[in-house]
Design a binder for this molecule. Sequence first.
Ligand SMILES: C[S@@+](CC[C@H](N)C(=O)[O-])C[C@H]1O[C@@H](n2cnc3c(N)ncnc32)[C@H](O)[C@@H]1O
Length: 254
Amino acid sequence: MSDVFFVGCGPGDPDLITIKAKKLIQKADVVVYSGSLIPEPIIKLCKKGKLYDAAKLVREEIFDLLYKNAKKDKLVVRLHDGDPAIYGAIREQIDNLEKKGIKSTVVPGVTSFLASAAALGTQLTLPGVTQTMIITRAEARTKVPKREQISELAKHQATLIFYLSVHLLNKISKEAIEGGYKKTTPVAVVYRASRKDQKIIIGNLSDIAGKVKAEKITMTAIVIIGDVIKPKSYEYSKLYDKTFTHGFRKAKTK
Ligand SMILES: C[S@@+](CC[C@H](N)C(=O)[O-])C[C@H]1O[C@@H](n2cnc3c(N)ncnc32)[C@H](O)[C@@H]1O
């Protein structure tokens, strides 16, 4: 019996796939892919394998494909956009495969919030601003624990990153302000980061919902709230400061 490979293929730019992911797709006998978000050039890497679009399947059907083919010793790839660990629903499949004696291997990918940071050409942690990122989603059909309400997370004044939530920007902005962010806190929305039709919208908590509505963006976007988007000031890093000594370099103060 072969392992099942849960593979991330990055945020959309086919060049952002890892070499490991590419080799696995090329060699795979079966690829079950998340059809809504994986671009054609990546699917086309699968030359000899059978392709199944997971967007058209339910959990049990996906499980059957993974299990039956792994049992026949086929190389099975469950292909996810971005990184499989982020809103990827892999744990339930890994656990059910394990119960039937099939092991899984996870291959990471570039997740869309990092592709969004790259699109913004910025850093999500800045000395003197914040050293913390919180990654979350707004509540809709999937419940979010009460202690993780936006107004609770907002109390940290960290960089607050939302997946799956761009259509809920009014609610996000309102609750972020209730939790303590100023109305003027900058917000970036990155639509289809790394893809040819990528769009970046910059605003603040008071106006971002309107700006995004005007662009008719309702899905496939990352929302990033925090002063790191447009810092009024920040501190330089300690690591590269000439007065700072660390394990690999002494201070260079002369
Ligand atoms: C089901 S989640 C999957 C996330 C994926 N596993 C990842 O690591 O990026 C889908 C959400 O990811 C975000 N997303 C995926 N691709 C994106 C992209 N290229 N640009 C911006 N957001 C993206 C959107 O928030 C979308 O609603």
